[in-house]
Design a protein around this ligand. Structure first.
Ligand code: G6P
Length: 478
């Protein structure tokens, strides 16, 4: 295959496949914040995006590729996609057990610590899978990279790749970018010592490390100082390790205005919008759009809405809460339990307040991107209340598409609060009374103030388009 000058590597790629009723393959855009953020880059960069085949349909697509069984080369307006067919068991250990059930929990500080985690022999076996999976990515990058190529490795799934790549191809210029928060050393060190070190030294194989917020960069630097005893300069963001100096930078990521507007102009968005308008009528509309994900704090968001209805009966019959909670990571038991809690609380709220002509809460669990975009246009209030979040693009996309000057109620624990905190109503995500008060204030806010805040939010949200974010990363590699 042609060697590339620019390579991206991420677990989930920009396309995913499914099998139609007629048995043929169809493809669509991959999901999640990482892909949403980076997809606009892929249409402009001439290079290769290496990702994993994540489903049977992806695997079949990889197998039907005219190339070798391991490679699927798929054209995505500019970038070639190279899908790795990693053995299913290895993928399960690496993705479900380590990335989703361990690293995600650590970085978002989600463990219910009296019970979990417990790192036994099963975990060790999964760690071997994680290592093998990282090696498979590194192999593909070694084979696909031209001399002195630049490689942008993404996220916690691929923390070991930079070290392996550097050992195999010292000519490459390597960046690693984390799209999640990073946990402070007091929490991160609950991982077994050798594994905590493996992760940190794996990433330090890069020339540049990137994070979405100074908070996460700082926590990473502190982990390097305390766990590796590396020489760290917090002020300049550098780590001296293994005779090299690694720079740690912050590159916040904003909404892709052009891409969003183009998607919002699709006829299906108009169809969904009419449906929602009919559903909501002249009531005020509170919207949330999330994957059903422990860190997104959907249950407390619903409890805050219940608290609003209890403490402000004047809103009865005058407000609708549309909560989109799309399926995510159903292989992880905690996610299935969490989805049940979301459904239970939603039911309780309607049981307590619904009347013959008013449904206070409409919870939708089927993923529908056009409907999400239509809800951004119509929202009076957008609720984004994660416990912790690397950035949160919903908080940025909502104000860009809003046509009713929606007020943003935003958790101070989202990376997005760095840029939007001044003009959003920021809340402590654990405090449902404070969140309910913020919802009330948002619903009652005078039009002039809403407009002013929304304009500034949109401006801040668009200030760092993904294209620039990616170019900054490449430029930082020289
Ligand atoms: C979110 C996070 C990313 C992560 C992605 C993975 O978007 O912000 O850091 O890479 O989820 O989602 P997945 O569905 O692939 O597990």
């Amino acid at each position: 295959m042609d060697k590339a000058q620019i390579l991206i590597a991420s677990n989930r790629g920009p396309v995913s496949f499914s099998i139609t009723d007629e048995g043929s393959l169809e493809h669509r855009r991959g999901g999640g914040g990482l892909v949403s953020g980076m997809i606009s880059v892929a249409t402009e960069v001439d290079g290769v995006w290496v990702c994993a085949a994540l489903s049977d349909a992806d695997r079949r697509a990889a197998a039907e590729s005219p190339e070798a069984r391991l490679d699927l080369r798929y054209d995505l307006e500019g970038m070639r996609v190279h899908m790795l067919d990693i053995p299913e068991e290895t993928l399960k250990g690496a993705y479900t057990e380590i990335a989703n059930s361990t690293l995600w929990f650590v970085q978002h500080m989600l463990y219910d610590t009296p019970n979990k985690p417990s790192f036994g022999s099963g975990f060790r076996r999964s760690w071997e899978d994680y290592t093998a999976y990282n090696n498979a990515f590194a192999e593909a990058l070694v084979a696909g990279a031209a001399d002195n190529a630049r490689v942008a490795v993404q996220d916690y799934h691929l923390a070991l790749v930079p070290r392996v790549l550097r050992a195999r191809r010292p000519d490459l210029r390597i960046a690693h970018f984390s799209h999640t928060p990073w946990a402070p050393p007091e929490y991160f060190r609950m991982l077994p010592d050798d594994i905590a070190r493996d992760l940190l030294t794996g990433m330090l194989g890069a020339d540049r490390l990137g994070f979405l917020s100074p908070r996460w960069a700082n926590a990473f630097l502190r982990c390097c100082a305390e766990i590796l005893r590396a020489d760290v300069d917090l002020a300049s963001g550098t780590v001296e390790y293994g005779g090299r100096i690694i720079r740690v930078g912050v590159h916040a990521l904003g909404a892709d205005e052009a891409g969003l507007r183009e998607s919002a102009a699709e006829p299906l968005v108009g169809v969904r919008r009419e449906m929602l308008e009919e559903l909501v009528g002249d009531r005020k509309l509170i919207v949330r759009v999330d994957r059903t994900e422990l860190s997104k704090n959907i249950v407390r968001g619903l409890e805050a809405y219940r608290e609003l209805l209890r403490s402000h009966p004047e809103w009865h019959g005058r407000v609708t809460h549309l909560a989109f909670a799309y399926p995510s990571r159903g292989d992880v038991p905690e996610y299935r339990e969490y989805t049940d809690s979301v459904l239970r609380v939603a039911k309780e709220i309607n049981a307590e307040f619904a009347t013959a002509d008013w449904t206070p809460l409409v919870l939708e669990v089927n993923d529908d991107y056009p409907r999400s975009l239509a809800s951004f246009q119509l929202a009076d209030v957008l609720l984004v209340n994660p416990i912790r979040d690397g950035m949160n693009l919903v908080a940025k996309e909502g104000p860009v598409l809003s046509e009713r000057d929606s007020v943003l109620v935003l958790s101070r624990e989202a990376g997005a609060a760095d840029e939007l905190g001044e003009d959003a109503l920021t809340v402590n995500p654990y405090d449902t009374v404070e969140t309910a008060r913020a919802l009330h204030r948002a619903l009652s806010m005078p039009p002039e103030e809403r407009r002013r805040r929304r304009e500034r939010l949109a401006e801040a949200a668009m200030a760092l388009p993904p294209r620039r974010w990616f170019q900054d990363q490449l430029r930082s590699l020289g």
